[in-house]
Design a binder for this molecule. Structure first.
Ligand SMILES: CC(C)(COP(=O)(O)OP(=O)(O)OC[C@H]1O[C@@H](n2cnc3c(N)ncnc32)[C@H](O)[C@@H]1OP(=O)(O)O)[C@@H](O)C(=O)NCCC(=O)NCCS
Length: 433
């Protein structure tokens, strides 16, 4: 018998004694096939209870491949290590969106288009000024990217390929402008317009830090390090924010609204906030002599070693290795962050300590990224904004895949109802006497 003929699952329902053969395809069974298993014609079919979708494939995707056991991350089949070393963020964005690497002409046209869409409507500036003086930049980014849907109402025409391309270009181009302005607002500094002579990441740094100088040109090593960080964050398959983009996008809303949902998901501390927690932890440890006590507390279960462990990676997070290298380049320019020494010592101990080895706890992407961001003088609230800018091409690649996938439907999970039934309503006047 060929292996594929056996690719079925036989289920015996002990409630009825019936047996069902369910096909197994790509290591999955269809939830709809389980739905055919029922005790009576008028009873609901069998469903899967899976809070957080930890064992549910919600789509077919060719964007990103992860093997957590081996520590492998690939975008469109290309290993993250090679992309981080040899590519640029805009080339990676092209790869994610279009599915293949650009020719020279395609790349030049892509960079040109993105560069010339970095400006936003002046009214965007107006309403960004309306936020409170201490508004969190992620809240501002979320609101302003969602607001772009009102500036480009044609974006709702999601079935037109040229239209989709236009919105994708706009969003990748404008996210740094919105992110930088959110930062400047909190600082009470004037907004800086994009400089189209600069590359994507250099222009972002200019919009963040330019003051009275004619031209702001950041150190090339810093520009490259931030570009690499954007590459590392560009996609990570079906995580919380991507799932949010897909779920909201499944209603066929415009892509600005779908991406605003992704930004909202990333705003949450369980998703985008871990690098800030790493920094707080390192500052609390303060000096190397305090490490043994701290580690004992972790092993006693009093707290966690932040930046260690990952739901998917049970090996060294491939992105953490690259970030560690980027640290050296950044600190060459900015001077070494004294917290680096503590981080390195923690890592050294953890990689040899049985507690961490046994549980397969390795540094994740957040362990060193906060240190780099701090060296750039970003306040912690900005860390997630940087993540969102890097993740935008990934969100859009996944959204594009969603809207062209004939198998996709509006997201609508089931529930197990646990409330009351058929109560009799007594009007307030009678209940309250
Ligand atoms: C990322 C994380 C939530 C993944 O969690 P998970 O896959 O659900 O793993 P679990 O919480 O089931 O942990 C498995 C075991 O490792 C331990 N563990 C996990 N992460 C740990 C950490 N960072 N420090 C110490 N112990 C840790 C747990 O206590 C548990 O031990 P036990 O089996 O003795 O109870 C978790 O590793 C964590 O909290 N890390 C710190 C926060 C962080 O860096 N988040 C960023 C992720 S990109």
């Amino acid at each position: 018998m060929a292996a594929n003929d056996a690719a079925t699952l036989t289920i015996r329902d002990n409630r009825t004694g019936s047996e069902y053969d369910v096909p197994i395809t790509d290591g999955t069974i269809k939830a709809a096939d389980l739905g055919k298993i029922r005790t009576a014609e008028d009873e609901p079919g069998l469903a899967v209870y899976d809070p957080g979708f930890v064992n549910t494939a919600s789509c077919r995707s060719s964007v990103t491949y992860i093997d957590g056991e081996q520590g492998i991350l690939e975008y469109r089949g290309y290993p993250i290590e090679q992309l981080a070393e040899k590519s640029s963020f805009l080339e990676v964005a092209y790869l994610l969106i279009k599915g293949q690497l650009p020719t020279k002409a395609e790349y030049d046209a892509w960079v040109h288009e993105i560069t010339y869409h970095t400006f936003v409507h002046e009214n965007v500036k107006g309403f960004m000024h309306g936020f409170r003086y201490d508004a969190h930049p992620m809240g501002m980014l979320m609101a302003s990217v969602g607001a772009l849907s009102t500036f480009y109402p044609d974006a709702r025409n999601i079935n037109d390929a040229d239209n989709r391309h236009m919105q994708i270009v706009r969003m990748i181009a404008k996210m740094p402008t919105l992110g930088a302005w959110s930062f400047r607002h909190a600082q009470g500094k004037p907004f800086v317009y994009p400089d189209n002579d600069l590359g994507y990441t250099a222009n972002f740094l200019s919009m963040l830090f330019k003051m009275s100088e004619q031209k702001f040109e950041a150190d090339e090593r810093l520009v490259r390090a931030l570009d690499v960080l954007f590459i590392l964050h560009a996609d990570h398959e079906q995580n919380c924010s991507t799932n949010a983009v897909r779920s909201v996008g499944s209603s066929q809303v415009d892509p600005y609204s779908a991406v605003a949902a992704g930004v909202a998901a990333l705003y949450g501390p369980l998703h985008g906030g871990a690098n800030e927690a790493v920094l707080r932890m390192l500052k609390r440890i303060g000096k190397k002599e305090n490490i043994p006590d701290f580690m004992q507390g972790v092993k006693d279960g009093n707290e966690r070693l932040m930046g260690f462990g990952h739901r998917v990676y049970k090996n060294y997070d491939p992105r953490a290795k690259i970030i560690k290298k980027a640290c050296d380049d950044v600190f060459e320019v900015t001077g070494v962050n004294p917290l680096l020494e503590i981080a390195q010592e923690l890592e050294k101990i953890a990689l040899e300590d049985e507690y961490f080895v046994k549980r397969k706890l390795y540094p994740n992407v957040d362990f060193y990224s906060g240190l780099i961001y701090e060296a750039f003088q970003f306040p912690p609230e900005m860390f997630t904004v940087l993540f969102a800018i890097g993740r935008t091409p990934g969100w859009l690649a996944q959204w594009l895949e969603l809207v062209q996938d004939k198998e996709q439907k509006i997201a609508r999970p089931k529930q197990i109802y646990t409330g009351d039934r058929t109560l009799d309503f007594v009007p307030a006047s009678e209940r309250w006497g």
